[in-house]
Design a protein around this ligand. Structure first.
Ligand SMILES: C[S@@+](CC[C@H](N)C(=O)[O-])C[C@H]1O[C@@H](n2cnc3c(N)ncnc32)[C@H](O)[C@@H]1O
Length: 240
């Protein structure tokens, strides 16, 4: 089952995308990429780019493009960034004609591939599209070691759109987390309620790392700072 973003896309930016989290996250990602030798003006593909929340922070430093499985998320990204190329594609089987110096997958989006087989397939697709010495930076969606059930509570208060959210995050099966979104949306003097559940794969650190190394990526750093949500595994493709 693909966790679709059809409804959530319409208010994704208002609820989730903000300078407070995205700016320091992108700044640290840039620092990590530079530390591991990403060339200036690198060809950088943002995987599972969604509405392109990170793109403003990368587009002046790299030659950026994006890939996502959701037409709805991509429509919004294309509207915001008409000069940037976005590809409709699935992490587990995408094929693009271009190769990249860097591929990044942020905010735990890799978890949406759900199964370990899909995780391994995705890493192979990523490695295949990297140039020699190219870098993949992947933020895990929690890990088996770190996961805890929780309820997230938050709100967004914009002049035209007010949102109250609770999200229940619970282990549904040994390796599957269910996130149930309860969103109250206040707009045009009306309040509506959107409820949706999505399933996310919960992988161990070892499963992430072996998926990367078996795909041909050498792990060059495991970053654990909290400015990059979830931390980051950074893998490098062998030279030539
Ligand atoms: C929580 S959003 C994060 C979007 C963006 N990375 C951000 O940080 O704002 C997860 C994104 O992953 C995308 N996605 C889920 N499964 C995918 C897959 N198998 N291949 C590509 N994109 C996928 C969704 O469509 C959605 O845009």
């Amino acid at each position: 089952m693909y966790s679709d973003f059809k409804v959530i896309s319409s208010y994704y930016d208002a609820l989730y995308v903000n300078d407070r989290e995205y700016a320091p996250e992108a700044a640290k990602v840039k620092e990590l990429l530079a530390r591991h030798g990403a060339p200036s003006r690198a060809d950088l593909l943002v995987l599972a780019c969604g509405t392109g929340g990170h793109i403003p922070y990368f587009k002046d430093d790299y030659h950026v493009s994006g890939l996502d499985l959701s037409e709805d998320m991509l429509d919004l990204a294309r509207e915001k960034f008409p000069d940037i190329r976005f590809h409709l594609g699935n992490l587990i089987d995408f094929t693009l004609e271009t190769e990249f110096d860097v591929m990044i997958c942020l905010y735990g989006s890799i978890g949406f591939v759900k199964t370990e087989d899909n995780l391994r397939a995705s890493m192979k697709r990523i490695a295949t599209h990297l140039r020699p010495n190219g870098l993949a930076l992947i933020t895990p969606w929690s890990t088996v070691e770190d996961f805890q059930d929780l309820i997230v509570v938050d709100a967004a208060d914009n002049p035209d759109l007010k949102i109250a959210r609770m999200e229940q995050v619970r282990l549904k099966e040994p390796k599957i987390v269910e996130v149930t979104f309860h969103h109250l949306l206040g707009k045009n003097n009306d309040v509506t309620y959107h409820k949706q559940s999505m399933e996310i794969g919960l992988f161990s650190r070892e499963e992430y790392l072996s998926a990367m190394t078996d795909a041909g990526l050498k792990i060059v750093e495991e970053y654990t700072g909290t400015d990059v949500r979830g931390g980051a595994y950074i893998g490098k493709r062998a030279a030539g």
